[in-house]
Design a protein around this ligand. Structure first.
Ligand code: LMR
Length: 400
């Protein structure tokens, strides 16, 4: 009965790792998926995560019981506090509904399904380009996906004018997906002044913003600075949604821990919204897993662990920035034609190199460098040892 089923293509991002794993070459480098690696090219478990796990293990009063449908209550409170800030008016007024979900993807998907059921406007506008999974998450969630101009390949910067025009032209009440910081894949973020312009425009048009916050702490190294855009939309008293992920900033990729928060006008509305989120979640996966959320709640709820986390997070962010400098210098040292300053200017885990599909294919074939075909490289996967090899590959791809 399944003879007609065709082979599906690999995922454009996770498929890069599949191809990398198959390559026997000793010089291969995986710069595809956005996952942090040490200078030795190894994945890392943060010290604070180990400490939190030790505490959890030692506590004999803990069980592996089902969590409530919306997850661990402490985690939800602390996660919302992290993104909105502890003095947030929306939190003080108890008008936020938060549900622990399966990392960023799960939070976005639950949000999309809730919106498809309860929001009058089905149109969601995504930046062009955006993280590839966004398109499928929102269309499978029941919304109609459109895009707004975001990145200008000529300047390798933000097409602010185009972005404003497209958001202005969108039908009133449209959902606008915004990357809270460290835009994936471009590494290009609006300036604070541009954010303010966008906020006014989105509010004037009565659009509904949906933030994807996957890199809090990774853009600037400061958890508060990276939350400023989201917080400015909360400060104006309006509604919004935000999906948070702890995959990158706590290195909890495989624990699938994140949250969806919906900021409402009043406490009673937030209560209703939360009750409806349960109806979305229960038939989808019943309730979320307990371990990752317990780790996050332990770290966020303990001032000592929290302080230690911010130091480890900053060290990861700094190593990525140092990779930007090293790669830029190595490209300059080779005299590779073109302006490569965007590698220094871009923010977060990725660099959007400007290399085209053919150049990427060449680098994979000849240099065993694995990256997404849009020319994005994960700076977090690079190390001092692999920078010269990457610079050689880029030079050959550009000059060849
Ligand atoms: C990425 O863009 O590489 C990450 O967000 C990982 C993923 O799930 O695609």
């Amino acid at each position: 009965v399944f003879e007609h089923v065709e082979q599906a293509p690999e995922d454009p991002i996770l498929g890069v790792t599949v191809a990398y794993n198959k390559d026997p070459s000793p010089i291969k480098v995986n710069l595809g998926v956005g996952a942090y690696r040490t200078e030795e090219g190894k994945p890392v478990i943060l010290n604070v995560v180990r400490k939190a796990e030790e505490r959890l293990l030692a506590d004999r009063s803990r069980y592996k019981e089902y969590l409530p449908i919306t997850g661990l209550a402490d985690f939800n409170k602390l996660s919302a506090k992290l993104i909105f800030g502890k003095e947030s008016p929306a939190l003080l007024e108890k008008r936020v509904a938060t549900a622990q979900c399966l990392s960023g993807t799960g939070s976005l998907r639950v949000g999309a399904e809730f919106l498809a059921k309860h929001y009058f406007q089905r149109l969601v506008f995504l930046p062009a380009p955006t993280w590839g999974n966004h398109h499928k998450i929102f269309s499978n969630g029941g919304l109609t996906v459109k895009t707004y101009r975001y990145y200008d390949p000529r300047t390798r910067g933000l097409d602010y004018q185009g972005m404003v025009e497209d958001i202005r032209a969108a039908p009133s009440g449209s959902l606008i997906l915004l990357h809270a910081c460290a835009h994936n894949p471009t590494g290009v973020d609006p300036t604070p002044e541009q954010w303010e312009g966008l906020r006014q425009l989105i509010r004037n048009k009565r659009h509904l913003p949906f933030f994807d916050s996957a890199y809090q702490g990774f853009a600037s190294g400061s958890l508060d600075l990276d939350a400023l855009a989201v917080r400015s939309f909360v400060a104006d008293g309006g509604e919004l949604l935000v999906a948070q992920s702890f995959a990158k900033n706590m290195g909890l990729y495989g624990e699938r821990v994140g949250s969806l928060s919906i900021v409402c006008k009043k406490e009673a509305i937030a209560t209703h919204v939360e009750s409806q989120l349960k109806l979305v979640i229960r038939p989808m996966y019943s309730n979320p897993p307990i371990h990752g959320a317990s780790i996050v709640a332990t770290i966020l709820g303990d001032s000592e662990l929290y302080a230690e986390w911010t130091i480890e997070l900053k060290a990861m962010a700094n190593r990525i920035i140092s990779m930007r400098h090293q790669l830029h210098s190595a490209i300059q040292a080779r005299g590779t034609p073109g302006d490569w300053t965007h590698i220094l200017k871009q923010i977060g885990m990725f660099s959007f190199t400007g290399l085209n599909r053919e150049q990427v294919a060449f680098m994979t074939k000849e240099y065993h460098i694995y990256m997404t075909s849009d020319g994005r490289i994960s700076m977090a996967g690079l190390s001092s040892k692999t920078v010269p090899h990457l610079a050689d590959a880029i030079h050959a791809a550009v000059t060849g």
